[in-house]
Design a protein around this ligand. Structure first.
Ligand code: CO
Ligand code: CO
Length: 322
């Protein structure tokens, strides 16, 4: 995507506060001195078999980019590609029911959408949110000394690949499905309360790809403690069984010469670092002085926030794994 976009002419509209040249989570357009629109879109083929849960996951995933900017979602448009010759319409009904439920949970409203005939089922959402122009939490403002937190466990790509290969238990399928359907809303509210200088969400580029975008955009190096990473159950075993989704290979190639490891890194843990996530957690930078109150607030509100790293002055590579 970034490659295709870089050939487009740059837009020089002063109201475009964050455009596609920034590799941020969503675009931001200023309407007035105290109001800006935050816009994003995402859609994909089914990641789980249950259409109702697929709808929930796709909506939670799309809304996540709004939360990663520190914004409030307002409206949503459904995007559907549907093979109506191969599938009953009731499946589409279930997908939209799941999506609408999550959009409602986010406090936003579905204002419409568009569907086309497609050989392969696809669903997603375009979301518009609002934010005060001075309150934007970009992914390019992390400062040396900041602590790095992650709010969901890693391994959704490995597990969903395992599900497709029928080697994952129903119990684990339920755990990963519920995590992916979980909104990043509460975690975002807490990071806003504690003045997070920078944040992004972990999705298709995997932990390292999104950490890299923050490090490169902020002109810092991010150190990640591999032993502190929160993992979904059985993911290292699934990595050992090579349940590696296609996107992981591209993620690894992209990161070549952009990261290094200090010490010994288990091969399966390394695979996990590149695992593309669906509806992953927020990756949040918090100033050292606010980190205790941030952690306490998360605990009080039952939000998991794992301390997984720290921000350093720019080193020879943007990402260091220890
Ligand atoms: Co994002
Ligand atoms: Co996105």
């Amino acid at each position: 995507m970034a490659e295709a976009l870089c050939n487009l002419p740059q837009t020089n509209n002063p109201n475009l506060l964050i455009g596609f040249n920034k590799a941020d989570d969503a675009g931001v357009y200023k309407i007035s001195d105290d109001l800006a629109l935050v816009q994003t879109v995402d859609f994909f083929p089914p990641i789980v078999d249950d259409p109702y849960y697929f709808g929930k996951i796709a909506a939670a995933n799309a809304l996540s980019d709004i939360y990663a900017m520190g914004a409030t979602p307002l409206t949503a448009l459904n995007i559907v590609g549907f093979p109506s010759s191969k599938m009953p319409n009731s499946i589409l009904g279930e997908i939209l029911r799941g999506g609408t439920e999550i959009i409602k949970q986010a406090g936003a409203v579905v204002v419409g959408g568009h569907s086309i005939q497609d050989d392969e089922l696809k669903y997603g959402v375009s979301v518009t949110g609002k934010i005060h122009p001075d309150k934007i939490i970009s992914n390019s403002n992390a400062k040396p000394g900041n602590k790095i937190y992650l709010t969901k466990s890693l391994g959704t790509g490995l597990i969903t690949t395992g599900i497709k290969n029928k080697i994952v238990s129903k119990e684990l399928e339920k755990i990963v499905t519920e995590q992916m359907a979980l909104l990043n809303k509460d975690a975002a509210e807490i990071m806003i309360r504690h003045n997070a200088p920078s944040a992004t969400d972990i999705t298709g580029f995997g932990l390292l790809g999104h950490a890299y975008e923050m490090a490169a955009g902020s002109n810092v190096t991010i150190k990640i403690y591999s032993e502190k990473l929160p993992l979904l159950p059985d993911v290292l075993e699934l990595a050992e069984k090579k349940m590696i989704p296609g996107g992981a290979i591209a993620n690894r190639e992209f990161m070549e010469n952009r990261w290094k490891t200090e010490g010994k890194l288990d091969i399966n843990m390394e695979r996990l670092l590149f695992d593309p996530q669906t509806s992953g957690g927020l990756f949040i930078a918090i100033s050292e002085e606010n980190s205790d109150s941030f952690e306490n607030d998360c605990k009080k509100n039952n939000i998991s926030a794992f301390l997984i790293g720290e921000v350093l002055p720019a080193d020879d590579v943007p990402i260091i794994i220890v």
